[in-house]
Design a protein around this ligand. Structure first.
Ligand SMILES: [Zn+2]
Length: 474
């Protein structure tokens, strides 16, 4: 009896110690990496593709696939089972659901939902928000803006300097405006003491302690999002560099919160362009590796969470039209769908008429299709399907804008997207949609508090757990 009592006492004490240590588990340095549209198959396809490049292994895990905690996350929004980036970004940022296209607002009362980044800043942490798409785009906006429509880029960008955050980096804003206009983003940034840097030297010269910075990659499209990784533009500063710089600037004794978005993963998937999406995922992994280096120096106090806001494309690593997966065929794709479309536009604008054979030649050079390469021959039916689009675009001169919004899909698949579809089929992959799906997304975690992510969570739990780990007010 006595021993039983003692045993009970020991058990209760142990339980107390365990629960106290759980309750006190904190993280000073919090990294949240959001691969936009990056489902589990997108990650695995990247790993298989990477391995096929060297031929040494079947599978080469990305850095975050080697994290100790792996689980899944539900992503539905307040008004749809299939979320968009702003609703899911808002859920991860605030711990509350909102409607699709809304940015960190209560879906009923339209009141502001405070974000973990705003709470962290108020509590004395430093804050950094990075993205490879524009910094006023849905995912980054979810952490500092409150707006009924994600498309209100101007209103969103005007809220950026009000956040008081220390470091914004990667892509720029849609419309910076001019200093002479008192309603411009440029004027607003100046008024709140922000420096907008767009030169390589200016970015490289940034140092520890610099704050209120918006550092924009000098190599971007005119829309101010990154060029495509697959196009390998030398003027571009990689997201990994900005992540490293961000760590240098934000590092301080109180700690920091940093959100990094791999935004173009999703944009490529909206075109069902897996080769481009894979290259974006590899670049995203390079940014994560910078956080892992920091984690290794501050293991007890750092957590890295890698997840997605939703899956895009309904990617299947198998299809009815092929005999198994042949991802290595994608390495014949040398160019993004967008850049190929730009090439076609240049061809079209020449004075002489461009023949179908000339266009097919360009397909061969840029995608390996239709030449002598094994598994990449074009069938009669495929050529006929391509010819239909050629007729549309080169004879009837139907306009296809290569820089159109990535969500704008015309009823007729343009020539470029037909080429991408044929390559997908030959590589043995299939797509359920050119939009988002309601699939659960992967969550991969390492560091202080990783145990909170062990079971399947909801996207709102990301904010709730971070609030607990950083001891932020509810
Ligand atoms: Zn999307």
């Amino acid at each position: 009896m006595f021993f039983k009592k003692i045993n009970n006492l020991i058990f209760v004490t142990l339980l107390l110690i365990v629960s106290i240590s759980y309750a006190q588990q904190t993280a000073k340095y919090v990294f949240l990496f959001i691969g936009d549209g990056m489902g589990d198959n997108q990650i695995y396809a990247t790993e298989l593709y990477k391995a096929s490049m060297t031929g040494e292994h079947i599978y080469e895990p990305l850095s975050f696939s080697q994290f100790p905690v792996h689980s899944f996350m539900t992503t539905y929004s307040a008004n749809s089972l299939t979320t968009d980036s702003s609703a899911s970004g808002s859920a991860m940022a605030t711990g509350e659901k909102t409607n699709n296209h809304w940015v960190s607002l209560d879906p009923v009362h339209k009141t502001k939902q405070e974000t973990i980044a705003e709470k962290a800043k108020r509590a004395g942490y430093k804050v950094g928000i990075l993205s490879s798409v524009t910094i006023d785009h849905a995912t980054p906006a979810s952490f500092y803006a409150h707006q009924e429509s994600r498309g209100d880029y101007h209103e969103i960008a005007l809220q950026l300097p009000l956040s008081n955050f220390d470091f914004f980096a990667g892509g720029g804003v849609h419309d910076l405006g001019v200093k002479s206009d008192k309603n411009s983003v440029s004027t607003q940034l100046g008024k709140y003491g922000y420096t907008y840097i767009t030169t390589e030297k200016g970015i490289k010269d940034l140092k520890k302690g610099d704050s209120k910075i918006v550092a924009v990659n000098p190599g971007t499209y005119s829309g101010k999002e990154y060029y495509w990784e697959i196009d390998n533009r030398s003027e571009s500063i990689p997201l990994s560099y900005f992540t490293k710089k961000g760590i240098e600037l934000l590092d301080n004794d109180k700690g920091f919160f940093m959100m990094v978005e791999g935004g173009k993963i999703d944009w490529a998937l909206h075109s069902n362009d897996l080769a481009s999406s894979i290259m974006e995922t590899i670049a995203f992994d390079e940014a994560i590796k910078e956080a892992v280096k920091f984690y290794k120096e501050h293991k007890e106090e750092t957590i890295i969470i890698v997840t997605a806001d939703h899956e895009t494309g309904g990617l299947s690593l198998g299809s009815n039209t092929s005999k198994g997966l042949k991802l290595n065929l994608l390495k014949n794709q040398k160019i993004s769908a967008q850049e190929f479309e730009r090439k076609l536009k240049v061809l079209k604008e020449q004075e002489r008429k461009i023949s179908f054979d000339e266009v097919l030649d360009s397909v061969k050079v840029n995608f390996g299709l239709g030449g002598q390469l094994k598994d990449l021959e074009l069938t009669k039916a495929e050529k006929k399907w391509l010819y239909e689009a050629y007729e549309n675009e080169f004879i009837e001169m139907k306009e296809v804008n290569p820089d159109r919004d990535y969500l704008d899909h015309s009823a007729d698949k343009p020539f470029t997207l037909r080429v991408i579809t044929i390559l997908s089929e030959k590589a043995g992959i299939a797509w359920g949609t050119e939009g988002h799906t309601a699939m659960k997304v992967p969550v991969k975690v390492i560091g202080a508090g990783q145990e909170y992510f062990r079971s399947t969570i909801d996207n709102t739990d990301v904010a709730k757990i971070i609030m607990q780990l950083m001891q932020l007010p509810k």
